[in-house]
Write a protein that binds this ligand. Structure first.
Ligand code: ADP
Ligand code: MG
Length: 378
């Protein structure tokens, strides 16, 4: 019996009807452009969140998580509607709400994606629940729609204005590939990303920094992009070119110009990264990662000293490239490194963090993995 199944039985007194799992993700490149109709190039990590569900005969939903001491939270089905009430369980309730489930449930969660490290444990949680419910109730929802519904759960129920990327990759990723995702129409294609065969590795550095700017800062960046779009009468940053942006400089503020320049150049870098991957040109990929970081740091202004230190220390230890990932103001960075250099790189980053009196970082390595799956039925 798997750990989650055992937990479920111990907590709810009977075996689950279904178990599903969904992974966290790292976005190789294409940061802060999912909400600007851009392209992103994430891959699923090996760590995943497991969700076991059983139907109940009454109209209550009981939810517990191994990461929350398996304490059962109970709510009436009819009380599941967006409000500020509740904590982590809102990620689960939001999916029940957005999928329109009208049945009492027992739900057990066990997540191996580090929480709040920029690896999208939130999407892993939502997508594991959505995948389980889609199968359990034979809803037949396709993956694109499921991505939109889980995003809706996080946007409208939890109240986090996230884009569509995290849920899409958690649901659609393939092993050994990155997922090129067009955030405008959600079309996607897998791009082979066989780092291991080239003797390379992706080092994920969780800086353990969480600057309080996180929530407001993200909303402000989105607002700047929306303001540029309105002032230039375009539909999204996707329609903008550097030339058009330069020519429109007088119509927008200096800050808006910088934010827009990040969006425009980052969209270009994603497409260049796909070419680099197709040619297995990892040197060029590294260059693009560095350029992405500089743009996020200088034009988008979402980095922080810990992230900048992690990136600089990776590069001085010989990384092909490195950049912050996720929303910014803390969280994680990734470095594309030679697998033989892992320990050396980690040591260098640790030394630099100590020198700067930062909290000690955590390290993970991961290869591109499979998206959401049903683990067990009945
Ligand atoms: P990230 O998605 O980068 O990990 P978020 O702040 O978006 O960070 O999401 C983390 C939140 O998601 C946690 O604070 C918690 O509320 C919820 N969460 C994610 N995974 C779990 C889990 N396994 N058990 C309980 N809550 C979880
Ligand atoms: Mg998240």
């Amino acid at each position: 019996m798997s750990t989650i199944e055992r937990n479920f039985v111990l907590t709810f007194g009977q075996p689950p009807d279904i178990i599903a799992a969904a992974p966290g993700r790292v976005n190789l490149i294409g940061e802060h452009i999912d909400y600007s109709d851009g392209y992103v190039l994430p891959f699923a990590i090996a760590d995943r969140t497991y969700c076991a569900i059983g139907k109940r005969s009454d109209r209550r939903v009981h939810i517990a998580s191994a990461q929350r001491r398996n304490r059962v939270i109970s709510i009436k089905l009819d009380d599941i509607k967006p409000s500020r009430a509740g904590k982590w369980e809102r990620y689960v309730l939001g999916v029940i709400w957005s999928l329109g489930i009208n049945q009492g449930l027992d739900i057990m969660i066990d997540g191996q994606v580090p929480l709040g490290a920029g690896l999208s444990s939130s999407a892993a949680l939502e997508c594991s629940v959505a995948t389980a419910l889609n199968d359990l109730f034979s809803l037949g929802i396709d993956l694109e729609s499921l991505a939109r519904l889980t995003q809706k759960a996080e946007n409208d129920y939890v109240g986090v204005p996230c884009g569509i990327m995290d849920q899409s990759v958690s649901l659609m990723a393939n092993r050994g590939s990155a997922l090129l995702l067009d955030c405008r129409d959600l079309s996607s294609r897998n791009v082979s990303f066989d780092v291991a065969a080239s003797g390379l590795e992706l080092l994920i550095i969780d800086t353990q920094a969480h600057h309080s700017l996180t929530d407001g800062g993200y909303a402000q960046r989105r607002a700047s992009c929306e303001s540029v779009v309105a002032k230039l009468s375009i539909r999204s940053m996707r329609e903008l070119t550097l030339e058009k942006l330069e020519a429109s400089k007088d119509l927008i503020s200096g800050i808006e110009f910088m934010r827009a320049r990040h969006a425009v150049t980052e969209i270009r870098r994603v497409l260049d990264a796909v070419v680099a991957l197709e040619k297995e040109d990892f040197v060029d990929l590294g260059r693009l990662l560095n350029a992405s970081h500089a743009s996020l740091r200088d034009d988008y202004d979402v980095s922080c000293p810990e992230l900048n230190t992690a990136v600089a220390a990776s590069i001085s230890a010989g990384a092909l490239g490195a950049r912050m990932v996720g929303g910014g103001f803390g969280g994680s960075a990734i470095a594309l490194i030679k697998a033989s250099h892992t320990q050396e790189t980690i040591k260098n980053i640790e030394t630099q963090f100590r020198k700067n009196r930062f909290k000690a970082p955590r390290f993970f390595t991961s290869l591109p993995s499979q998206g959401a799956q049903i683990i067990q039925r009945g």
